[in-house]
Design a protein around this ligand. Structure first.
Ligand code: GLU
Length: 448
């Protein structure tokens, strides 16, 4: 190991390309990134694709694209299936067989007699001294293995009598996760491993493999589970927890990232808003929380609103245009953005709130007031020939309301509904000025 690397914190994010990048995985990546970068260390991205049957096409590329979107830049990049060719995993497995810590097994991999059955932990091949087949770990009886979890801040132990003889190298020469993760964390000189809580049951297997291969162990920490507000663990089945889906719902990457920062970590003060670089500079493993955090959509909406309001109008407009795949022209969106910026919580809401600028709405006449025709024809009169600016419009409408003795609220609700089809909209007079005189007159006339 090089001296320079030895003194550095080196972390890795090791996703399997088996589906969408999940909010929990984003958190693992973020905390691993911050842990390394806080002290000028290295952040490694390693694609764990040795279970090729489970791989989903395009998933690897998506992971890279999303990490870039979130600004989590990696210093080194590896793909396990490419590393298989170098023989590193086979060599490690063979050395374990040689030392008597692993054995060949010729049972059909489909036969769930060991690992997955949860009952038969000892493989019948373990004492047969076979010379070919898959290679499995020969788990000792009644040995205590333990490690100090640096997230949970406690020692965790297992008795190996509850650990199954686990496949390390499949008969096709591909390692399983259990072997590849240990060999790679060692060869890549990873100093700190951070992973989700659901991986904890694998750790005793890894602890044995580290010991038997004579490798120094990295520090290991398991992040708490993110809970669904309805109860239980957050899961795909319960709604959109995929990062891509959330971005597509109109959450900004910087808001999502900020939300995720506080799902399992807390600063010493009560500060909530952090850019990625702020987060990196304050990040400290002492801030890991022991309680399972809850995925709170309202909180995410709050963060998103905060970040939307921090954007320049131009930036906000171009993000909206991008989200809606160029359905709207940037110059039009730019005009409308100042009216909605304070009101939207997601970029998607732009369409709900401002869609009427781009498409004539259907108006439900039953929502209009009893004297809507009078309101609208007065309005028509008032705005036909005024200079087209906000002050003149305000003045012309207010004068007419006074003159006719209308109720201001009722008048504007009819006007609002006629122009937008909705009760809740951006300020109506401002909207009318943007919409233009001709379009406004046409919308009003259509209801008379
Ligand atoms: N490949 C595992 C995953 O998909 C990595 C678990 C670990 O970090 O060790 O999450």
């Amino acid at each position: 190991m090089s001296e320079k690397r030895k003194s550095k914190i080196r972390t890795r994010f090791a996703p399997s390309p088996t589906g969408d990048l999940h909010i929990g995985s984003l958190r693992t990546a973020l905390y691993s990134y911050a842990l390394a970068k806080h002290s000028g260390g290295d952040f490694i991205l390693r694609i764990e694709d040795t279970d090729q049957k489970r791989e989903i096409k395009g998933s690897k590329e998506k992971i890279l694209e999303l990490l870039e979107t979130f600004g989590l830049k990696w210093d080194e990049y590896y793909v396990q299936s490419e590393r298989v060719k170098t023989g590193i995993y086979q060599d490690a497995a063979l050395s374990l067989v040689k030392k008597g810590y692993a054995f060949y097994c010729q049972c059909s991999p489909r036969n769930p007699k060991t690992e997955s059955s949860g009952k038969v932990l000892r493989d019948p091949c373990r004492d047969l001294n076979l010379k070919t087949g898959a290679i499995k770990l020969k788990v000792p009886e009644n040995k205590i293995v333990s490690f100090n979890d640096f997230v949970l801040n406690k020692k965790i132990s297992w008795n190996t009598s509850s650990v199954a003889d686990t496949t390390l190298l499949k008969s096709d020469g591909f390692p399983t996760y259990h072997l590849a993760v240990v060999v790679d964390d060692y060869l890549m000189e990873v100093s700190h491993v951070l992973r989700g809580h659901d991986w904890l049951p694998s750790t005793p297997i890894h602890l044995l493999v580290y010991e038997y291969l004579g490798y120094k162990m990295p520090a290991i920490g398991h992040l708490t589970d993110i809970l669904d507000p309805e109860g239980g663990k957050l899961s795909k089945r319960k709604g959109s927890v995929s990062c891509e889906a959330l971005l597509n719902d109109g959450y900004l990457p910087e808001a999502l990232l900020n939300f995720v920062m506080l799902l399992g970590w807390a600063p010493k003060d009560n500060r909530e808003l952090f850019t990625l670089s702020d987060f990196v500079s304050v990040f400290d493993p002492d801030g890991f929380q022991k309680n399972n955090p809850i995925f709170n959509r309202d909180k995410l909406d709050w963060f998103n609103g905060e970040y939307i309001r921090q954007l320049s109008d131009k930036d906000l407009a171009s993000r909206i245009v991008k989200l809606f795949r160029d359905e709207y022209a940037l110059s039009d969106v730019l005009k409308v953005v100042p009216l909605v910026k304070e009101r939207i919580k997601t970029l998607r809401e732009f369409e709900t709130l401002a869609g009427f600028f781009f498409e004539r709405p259907g108006v439900d006449v039953s929502l209009l007031g009893g004297n809507y025709k009078e309101h609208l024809s007065t309005c028509l009169e008032a705005i036909k020939s005024i200079p087209w600016n906000l002050d003149s419009l305000n003045e012309a409408l207010m004068n007419k309301i006074k003159e006719k003795g209308f109720k201001t609220g009722d008048f504007f609700m009819d006007l609002r509904l006629a122009i937008t089809g909705k009760r809740i909209t951006p300020p109506i007079n401002e909207s009318i000025i943007i919409l233009g005189r001709d379009e406004t007159l046409e919308r009003i006339s259509a209801l008379l």
